[in-house]
Design a protein around this ligand. Structure first.
Ligand SMILES: C[S@@+](CC[C@H](N)C(=O)[O-])C[C@H]1O[C@@H](n2cnc3c(N)ncnc32)[C@H](O)[C@@H]1O
Length: 185
């Protein structure tokens, strides 16, 4: 998966737009082979990046790709499904999920849980790039609307969408957690 140049470009552009600061603590859901984890760790040099994926194969690849940062405890990689996510890492500044939300059971429930891991005003970015052969910009716009609606549905504020210049375009949707995110699923 990671060897596809389009996937790597998508990850790098998604991370660049997230505007990660050196001390940021970031969690990536469905991190796959760890390409975005590496890009996040290159920016959060004094922070922490936690990558989560339910696939042992993906976590193994992510671990190999990020071995130095893992050894330095700047990157932690957890094999767990998002539906069983339980992190002891404290509060995060940002969360990222690239081409994975559509694979989760009950995404609104999962996203509410993710939002509660973030500090008030924390950033949450969802990226979606249609993968079906022949997909075009209209499909990407549709994916973007779906992701933006999902964030709004779970109480994320200031939601905005940008289109990444890929073929087909990838929708990059960012929002911020409110000060008083409601408890409960
Ligand atoms: C299409 S891949 C994208 C990987 C990576 N984000 C990227 O853009 O290269 C989707 C990833 O989400 C993971 N995934 C799917 N459902 C999941 C779940 N319920 N919990 C955790 N990870 C999941 C898969 O194992 C896979 O690594």
């Amino acid at each position: 998966m990671s060897t596809r140049p389009s996937n790597a470009a998508r990850s790098h552009q998604a991370v660049r737009l997230l505007d990660v600061q050196p001390t940021d603590r970031v969690v990536e859901l469905g991190c796959g082979p760890g390409v975005a984890v590496a890009a996040l760790a290159a920016r959060a040099t004094q922070g922490l990046v936690v990558g989560v994926d339910h696939s042992a194969v993906m976590i193994g690849q992510a671990r190999r790709r990020n071995h130095a940062a893992v050894r330095a405890d700047r990157v932690r990689l957890l094999r767990t499904p998002v539906e069983q996510l339980s992190l002891d890492e404290g509060v995060f500044d940002a969360a990222l999920a690239i081409n994975t939300v559509g694979m989760w059971p009950d995404p609104p429930v999962r996203l509410r849980h993710v939002a509660r891991l973030l500090r008030p005003g924390g950033r949450i970015a969802l990226i979606g790039q249609p993968r079906r052969p022949g997909a075009d910009a209209a499909d990407s716009e549709s994916v973007g609307r779906t992701l933006a609606d999902l964030l709004s549905e779970v109480g994320i504020e200031h939601v905005r969408t940008e289109m990444l210049a890929l073929d087909p375009p990838a929708a990059w949707v960012l929002g911020r957690t409110p000060r008083d995110l409601a408890e409960g699923d």
